[in-house]
Ligand binder design. Structure first.
Ligand code: WAQ
Ligand code: MG
Length: 266
């Protein structure tokens, strides 16, 4: 069976004269069977034209045929949840989980402590202290930060944009849904990301001011929902992909994130 990839992005011109620029309003992507192409396309256009961020004056819909043999089917990461009393507790918990995953990964791979200390974050425990700063750097980005835990450097070709994971959907996602379902989209993205070459863990907070649940994910951790990770009303969010350049090359990882077609079995 053949599948089709559909991608939509909508934007609006804002500002005047020198200040004039495109502002992103909405984006979506799906991989669906031939029969669903038209309906999904309609739903995407509706999503773009009824978005709370504004009325778009530019909508781009791209439809591409994909051969079944080029698609990798992945089992969704197992989901768990952590309830917390405050967003501060949730953020702390998320930093701890990521730190633990990163440090355990380094130790499991027999990286000498001295080696780790020489090259990256001073001491293993210090990585946790680095995370808030990395998170802040992601706030203005449209994509994710790709951070190399082996060298302590950022690997995105374009730091302002970041890298974007794309060409993914839930398997048998026939449901035509014009509303964003944060959880469904995130579990699909996180599953693809966790399977990318050299990936160690992912950290995510939505940039939607009304959506305060975030997650950390990895093949070992699974998908861990943390029910409060920021203050209600806060429009800052971001993603950090923690990667180990001793396990794979950055090019190979970015190629997978941006080009490999993935369907996730929920
Ligand atoms: N690839 C890489 N980074 C991305 C992508 C992508 N395809 N899409 C978004 N980002 C980055 C971008 O910098 C955003 O600012 C940031 O991630 C957050 O994106 O279990 O809604 O789409 O209920 O706002 C988590 C769900 C929802 C938790 C996350 O992210 C749960 C969410 P958003
Ligand atoms: Mg968002």
């Amino acid at each position: 069976m053949d599948y089709y990839s559909l991608k939509m992005r909508a934007s609006q011109q804002v500002g005047k004269g020198e200040q004039k620029h495109e502002q992103h309003i909405s984006g979506a992507e799906r991989i669906v069977s031939r029969e669903s192409v038209e309906a999904v396309c309609t739903a995407m256009v509706r999503r773009a034209m009824t978005h709370s961020k504004g009325d778009p004056d530019f909508i781009n819909v791209k439809i591409e045929k994909i051969h079944e043999s080029d698609i990798q089917v992945l089992k969704a990461l197992p989901v768990t949840r952590i309830d917390v009393d405050s967003w501060q507790d949730g953020l702390e918990k998320a930093f701890e989980l990521v730190n633990k995953t990163v440090c355990e990964g380094l130790l499991r791979d027999n990286v000498a402590r001295s080696d780790v200390q020489g090259k990256n974050f001073g001491a293993l425990d210090d990585f946790k202290e680095k995370l808030p700063e990395l998170l802040r750097e992601t706030f203005p980005m449209r994509g994710a930060m790709l951070y190399d835990i082996a060298t302590g450097t950022r690997l995105e070709p374009d730091h302002a944009r970041g890298v974007r994971a794309t060409y993914m959907d839930a398997l048998h996602s026939s449901v035509v849904d014009s509303c964003k379902n944060h959880f469904n989209e995130a579990i699909v993205l996180a599953t693809k990301v966790a399977n990318a070459p050299g990936m160690v863990a992912e950290f995510c907070i939505s940039d939607d001011p009304n959506y305060i649940t975030g997650y950390v994910a990895s093949k070992e951790l699974g998908y861990v929902r943390i029910m409060k990770m920021k203050e209600m009303g806060d429009e800052n969010g971001g993603r950090i992909f923690l990667f180990d350049s001793r396990k794979a090359s950055a090019e190979e990882c970015i190629e997978y994130l941006q080009k490999k077609k993935v369907l996730v079995e929920l």
